[in-house]
Ligand binder design. Structure first.
Ligand code: SAH
Ligand code: SF4
Ligand code: F3S
Length: 476
C-alpha cells in the first residue's frame, strides 16, 4: 500500500527554509542598524507540551535571524503560539492582543504574529481579520516549518498575511531550535490524532495521526544527548498507537527499547498514552527499563461507561479500572495521573458518582480536572442536553477535592525515601533552594546552588508539603 504521509523529514524543504532564515537575517540586521540597537523577539506559548516544543522551534529560527529573545511582550516581534482545547485559552489570547496593540502604537518596528491550534479554526481567522487588523502574520500548525518564509513575506508587506493549511503530509524537523532547558527536551514522535473524542478539537486542528521514522527519532535524541540533554519527553496525542502508519510498523515499546540504548540518556518520559492501547507489552517494557520514568499519565476523562461511550472513548469504566489496578500491582512504584472532564453533555450526578468511584479505587497520584468546554465543530457541541453551569460547579468542586485528597495521601507515602532528583532550577520563592523532579514526577525542593542545575542527585524526602517535598541532599 502506498503511504499517505511522509514519515521522514523533507531535506529539500529544510534547505529552502534555511535560505529564508538567511534572508530574514539580512532584513533584521538592516533594521537593527537603522534603529541603532538589537531587535528583540518574544515567543509566548499557550497549551500543551507539543506547543512548547513548537515554540522552541520558533525561538531557534528567530535567534538565527538575529533577534535577541526576551520574555517581555513589549518586544519588536511578538508571536503567540495558541491553544484552543478549551475556550478560556482562546479568551486569554484575545485579551492579550489588545495590550499588544497598545505597545505597537509606540513601536514602529513592532510586528505581531499568531500561530498554533487556534488559528486552524475559521471562526478565529474571521475574528482576527475583523477585530484585530493590527496583527501582521497568521499561520497554522501544519505550516509551522514555513515560518522563515512567511516571516520574510511579512517584512516585505504591510498587509496582514494569513496562511493556514488544512493538513500536510510533510515532516520538516531539522531547523534551528533553542531549548528552554539545556538538560531536558521534548521530542515529537508523532503528530495529529485519529481518535475523535466527541468533545475534543485536537483532531481538527492538528490533523491525522502520523508517526516519524524511529531512526530519525533516535538520531534526534542522540544529538540532544551530545548537547547535554539527560531527559527526553516523547510527545504524541496517543503515543501507544505510535508506528501504525510506518512501513516498518514499529510499535511504541519497540521504539522505547531503541531509545533506551542511547548512551548518556538517563530518563525517558512520554505523553500521552491512550488507556485501551496500553497493553502488557508496555508493562513489560516499563518493568525492564532502567530509563523510563516511573510515571504514567493515563487520561480517564469520565468514570461513567455511559458518558465514556458518548465521548467516543474506547473503554468502559470496568476496563479502565482493570488496567489501572493491574498497573498498580505490576508497577507499584509508578505514579498514575489522569485527566478528568466534568460537565460533558448529558452528564448527571449519577455519572459523577462513577467518576468519584474510579478516583477512590485507583487513588491517582495527581489529576487535572477540567470543566467541559464546548468546541464549535465537535459532535459534543451539538448534543442537546448541555449541563447547567451551577451543577457543574458543585460537581467539579467535589471531584477536585477527592482528587486532592488522594494525591496528598499518595505523596505522603514517599516520606523518608531517598529519591533520584533531576535538578531543574532555583526555587521560585527561596533562592537558597533548588527545585527538582523525581522519576515519578513529584517535585522536591532542597538547599543547593545553581551549579546543581541539570544534575541527577540523591535527595532524602523529609517534609511532605501536600503535593511536593522538602528534602536534603544525601552525600555519596
Ligand atoms: N490526547 C490526550 C489529551 C489531549 S488534550 C488524551 O487523549 O488524553 C488534554 C486534555 O484536555 C484531555 O485529556 C481532556 O481532559 C481535556 N480536554 C480536551 N478537550 C476538552 C474540552 N472540550 N473541554 C474540557 N476539557 C477538554
Ligand atoms: Fe483529543 Fe481524544 Fe485525540 Fe486526546 S485522544 S487528542 S482527547 S481526540
Ligand atoms: Fe492545545 Fe493544541 Fe495542545 S489545542 S492542548 S496546544 S495540541
Amino acid at each position: 500500500m502506498r503511504e499517505l504521509f511522509d514519515t521522514k523529514t523533507d531535506t529539500n524543504e529544510v534547505k529552502r527554509q534555511l535560505s529564508f532564515i538567511e534572508e530574514g537575517r539580512r532584513i533584521v540586521s538592516e533594521l537593527a542598524d537603522q534603529a541603532g540597537r538589537k531587535l528583540t523577539a518574544c515567543v509566548v506559548t499557550f497549551g500543551c507540551q507539543m506547543n512548547a516544543r513548537d515554540s522552541e522551534k520558533l525561538s531557534g529560527i528567530l535567534e538565527h535571524m538575529g533577534y535577541v529573545l526576551t520574555d517581555n511582550e513589549e518586544a519588536d516581534f511578538v508571536i503567540y503560539n495558541t491553544c484552543t482545547v478549551r475556550d478560556n485559552a482562546n479568551q486569554k489570547v484575545y485579551g492579550k492582543l489588545g495590550t499588544l496593540n497598545a505597545y505597537k502604537k509606540h513601536n514602529k518596528l513592532m510586528k505581531i504574529a499568531l500561530c498554533g491550534c487556534m488559528t486552524q479554526e475559521e471562526v478565529v481567522i474571521d475574528k482576527i481579520q475583523k477585530s484585530y487588523p493590527f496583527v501582521d502574520l497568521v499561520f497554522g500548525t501544519h505550516n509551522l516549518y514555513a515560518f522563515p518564509e512567511l516571516f520574510v513575506q511579512m517584512m516585505q508587506r504591510d498587509l496582514m498575511i494569513v496562511d493556514v493549511w488544512e493538513s500536510t503530509t510533510k515532516i520538516v524537523e531539522d531547523l534551528p531550535i533553542v531549548r528552554k532547558y539545556p538538560f531536558k527536551s521534548g521530542v515529537n514522535i508523532m503528530f495529529g490524532c485519529d481518535k475523535f473524542c466527541t468533545y475534543c478539537i485536537v483532531p481538527y486542528v492538528r490533523g491525522r495521526e502520523r508517526s516519524r521514522e524511529p531512526e530519525e527519532i533516535v538520531c534526534e535524541i542522540e544529538k540532544l544527548v551530545a548537547d547535554g540533554v539527560k531527559e527526553v519527553m516523547l510527545l504524541g496525542q496517543n503515543v501507544n498507537s505510535y508506528g501504525k502508519n510506518l512501513p516498518s510498523k514499529t510499535t511504541f515499546p519497540e521504539l522505547l527499547r531503541m531509545i533506551e540504548k542511547i548512551e548518556g540518556l538517563e530518563r525517558i518520559r512520554f505523553m500521552t498514552p491512550y488507556p485501551s492501547d496500553f497493553g502488557d507489552d508496555m508493562i513489560e517494557c516499563m518493568r525492564n527499563s532502567k530509563k523510563i520514568c516511573k510515571h504514567i499519565h493515563l487520561p480517564l476523562q469520565s468514570g461513567s461507561s455511559r458518558i465514556l461511550k458518548r465521548m467516543n472513548r474506547r473503554y468502559t469504566k470496568e476496563e479502565f479500572l482493570e488496567l489501572a489496578l493491574k498497573l498498580r500491582k505490576e508497577l507499584p512504584d509508578v505514579a498514575l495521573t489522569t485527566d478528568i472532564i466534568v460537565g460533558f453533555p448529558g452528564e448527571t450526578y449519577e455519572d459523577i458518582k462513577e467518576t468519584l468511584d474510579v478516583i477512590e479505587k485507583v487513588q491517582f497520584d495527581n489529576a487535572f480536572t477540567f470543566i467541559y468546554s464546548k468546541r464549535t465543530g465537535t459532535p459534543a457541541a451539538s448534543m442537546p442536553d448541555q449541563v447547567a453551569e451551577a451543577d457543574i460547579k458543585v460537581w467539579f468542586d467535589e471531584v477536585l477535592s477527592l482528587v486532592q485528597e488522594c494525591a496528598k495521601k499518595r505523596t505522603a507515602l514517599l516520606k523518608d525515601q531517598i529519591a533520584d532528583v533531576l535538578v531543574e532550577g532555583i526555587n521560585d520563592h527561596d533562592a537558597s533552594l533548588v527545585t527538582g523532579r523525581m522519576s515519578n514526577n513529584t517535585l522536591v525542593h532542597f538547599p543547593a546552588d545553581a551549579s546543581m542545575i541539570g544534575q541527577i542527585v540523591k535527595v532524602k524526602l523529609e517534609t511532605c508539603k501536600g503535593f511536593y517535598y522538602l528534602g536534603n541532599l544525601v552525600n555519596g
